[in-house]
Write a protein that binds this ligand. Structure first.
Ligand code: ZN
Length: 209
């Protein structure tokens, strides 16, 4: 597959996103990975091991939906978690994965297998949600180095929760996806705000009156 204008444009857009997310402290020490759709069977994804705040357009590669490089190179270790989402959702354009402190800490505090967000105006930042009055459920999966097994677990969950906009891996970070890079960034930012609110509520409950 030859890298064309679309490839380089998306690589530059994701490199810029990487700088923003690093400035927020969400992708420390080469963690995190990003991707965008290239075609009906290929995805642009970050190469393994690069600092996400210092990405250049050269630090990406094309993979197929099985996560295999199209023209060589070594993709991020968690690439399969990206490509399974593109395979499932034909309109999907971008996936962002961060090791943000709020998602990481909240997932370690919560013993359940989900975070249930209720009553927040910002729930409306998510595609298809038009009111604060519903419940936004973000599932939490246990962390593992067996990415194939985790990808199967996420797939099984999404089979019956097609409106799920994101998920958290416990003690690890968050995966968020969208029908455009802008939509994905908006939802990731909203999710971080909501997770910080949930942490603050727990702090307030612990504080003496
Ligand atoms: Zn990760």
């Amino acid at each position: 597959m030859t890298a064309n204008n679309d490839y380089w444009q998306k690589a530059r857009a994701l490199a810029a996103t990487g700088r923003e997310l690093h400035a927020r402290g969400w992708v420390p020490a080469t963690s995190g990975n990003f991707s965008m759709r290239l075609s009906s069977n290929a995805v642009l994804v970050t190469a393994s091991g690069y600092h996400k705040g210092k990405l250049t357009e050269q630090d990406f590669l094309a993979v197929d939906f099985d996560g295999k490089p199209v023209d060589g190179g070594k993709p991020s270790a968690e690439t399969l978690l990206h490509t399974r989402l593109y395979r499932r959702f034909p309109a999907l354009e971008a996936v962002l994965h961060c090791h943000s402190p709020a998602a990481t800490v909240l997932s370690l505090l919560v013993s359940d297998n989900s975070v249930r967000l209720r009553g927040y105006e910002l729930q409306k930042a998510f595609a298809g949600i038009e009111t604060h009055s519903g419940e936004l459920v973000i599932p939490i999966f246990e962390n593992t180095q067996a990415i194939d097994e985790l990808a199967d677990e996420v797939d099984a969950y999404l089979d019956s929760h097609l409106d799920c906009p994101a998920y958290v891996i416990r003690g690890h970070g968050v995966y968020c996806w969208g029908d455009s890079l802008k939509a994905c960034e908006r939802e990731l930012e909203a999710l971080d705000f909501l997770f910080q609110c949930e942490l603050e509520i727990r702090r307030c409950r612990l504080a003496p009156p």
